[in-house]
Design a protein around this ligand. Structure first.
Ligand code: PLP
Length: 448
């Protein structure tokens, strides 16, 4: 194929896309599924492939579609912006309405005290800024993160990440230490709910005392670890960790890239389930419903530490992305997604727990709102990681018209994060199709 001559002004076929990806892109561009999924059309919670097959999307990009694919309100706002010849691009050095609208909308949803916003292109970039600001405000350097965390793919954020699979580029920045993962299914201390003394929370203090100068700039935490496998720490974990961070003079940064804007149900941000207000929050993914945009919100006094400093990114005031994020937040508020996520999340969780009783490979079911993880194992007693089983369940689900994701260091956690516009019927359908996929996998891999 003469690539450049043949591609003008037409849609490429599945084969052409694969060939170009293979020959002209980095090999890190890989695909899910044995037979790659070529997505041709999407509407709300539905996706269609190049052969016209319809799928119920229970992953939403990767935890990214919140209001819904191609939500009509978002489409119409972007279309009219362009039809009116409003600027396709401008930076924050000129005035433009969407970026101000977005700042006002976002800070209308954030807790008291967190009312100063800045926009970025992605979650990684928001976290880079969080670390920069934490250091600037405290005039200290060291940062604490958690084992198995994921905070982004840039040099600084990869230094925070604690999963070897992402850190192949070698050592990152210095001054970052990792405390234990608060994982109740695989507790480092072998504790059970009735014997748990929150050793994982105390490990944050131990980490500060043994691996830092004792004077930290801050700690960055996901309220529910996302890429790490949808780990939901015990409720009491966060207040204790918050107190420890304060004791050592740091600021508490909540990475809400996956947990933000209502997905965890009940609250707009995942950290708020835990009875603490962080000093800073970062977000992306569902915040823009697929637009490449991230955000940081923080306290006045922390924001003020930037006075007189230059900090800029070209697209921080980008009208298309900010219109999409602003309209997304407006839709999420009007459609009361916090309640819907809580209600449908419970429905899916209870269906999955029923399924777990008879399944040989469902080791753990956990989650908050529409952020649900199912940890697959080869043996419920030994908890050997069900990596192969997870891949197979993904394939079987796809064959039944259901798109789901995976995560965890060992790739053995199924992730369900459907767009927040799903209906009760969709929630039941997710459980039914997932159940069928698990049973088919058990049969195929000889568990019956
Ligand atoms: C919790 C968390 N933080 C940060 C990021 C990085 O966001 P982005 O991929 O938009 O740079 C991710 C991405 O998966 C994430 O899950």
């Amino acid at each position: 194929m003469n690539t450049t001559n043949n591609i003008a002004n037409r849609e490429l076929s599945t084969e052409e896309i694969l060939k170009i990806r293979k020959e002209r892109m980095l090999p890190s561009v890989t695909h899910t599924y044995r037979k790659p999924l070529h997505v041709k059309k999407a509407s709300m919670q539905w996706v269609w492939d190049a052969e016209g097959r319809q799928y119920l999307d229970a992953f939403g990009g990767i935890v990214t579609i919140s209001a819904g694919h191609n939500h009509p309100r978002i489409k119409s706002r972007i279309k009219s912006w362009l039809d009116e010849d409003q600027p396709q691009h401008t930076t924050v050095f000129y005035l433009s309405s969407p970026v101000a609208e977005l700042a006002a909308r976002l800070t209308g949803m954030t807790p008291e005290g967190l009312k100063r916003a800045f926009f970025t292109n992605s979650g990684s970039e928001a976290n880079e800024l969080a670390i920069l600001l934490a250091r600037q405000y405290t005039r200290r350097y060291e940062i604490i993160a958690l084992k198995h965390c994921y905070h982004g793919g840039t040099t600084g954020t990869l230094s925070l990440v604690a999963q070897h699979t992402w850190k192949w580029g070698g050592p990152g920045l210095s001054g970052i230490s990792h405390a234990a993962q608060p994982n109740c299914y695989r507790c480092t201390w072998g504790a059970k709910p009735d014997t748990c003394a929150l050793e994982c929370a105390d490990d944050v203090e131990e980490t500060i005392k043994t691996t830092t100068s004792g004077e930290i700039a801050g700690m960055i935490v996901e309220p529910v670890q996302g890429v790490g496998g949808f780990i939901v720490p015990p409720k009491e974990y966060f207040p204790r960790v918050y107190d420890i961070v304060k004791k050592y003079g740091g600021i508490y940064i909540s990475d809400e890239v996956q947990t933000g804007v209502g997905r965890t149900g009940g609250h707009w941000f995942g950290v708020l389930h835990n009875g603490i207000t962080p000093d800073m929050m970062t977000m992306a993914k569902g915040f823009g419903n697929g637009a490449s945009i991230g955000a940081l919100v923080t306290r006045d006094e922390i924001a003020d530490s930037m006075k007189g400093k230059i900090h800029f990114n070209t697209y921080a005031g980008n009208p298309w992305a900010t219109i999409q994020a602003a309209e997304t937040l407006s839709i999420l508020e009007e459609e009361n997604v916090r309640d819907r996520c809580a209600r449908f999340g419970e429905l899916i969780l209870s269906g999955l727990r029923e399924l777990q009783k008879t399944s040989k490979i469902i080791g753990d079911v956990r989650g908050r709102g529409l952020m649900i993880g199912i940890e697959l194992v080869k043996d419920k007693r030994t908890k050997a990681y069900g990596t192969e089983e997870t891949l197979e369940v993904l394939e079987e689900a796809r064959d039944r018209g259901l798109l789901i994701g995976k995560g965890g260091l060992y790739g053995n956690v199924v992730r369900l994060t459907p767009p927040m516009c799903i209906t009760e019927e969709n929630a039941r359908e997710i459980v039914r199709l997932f159940g069928e996929a698990v049973r088919a996998t058990e049969k195929k891999l000889g568990y019956e």
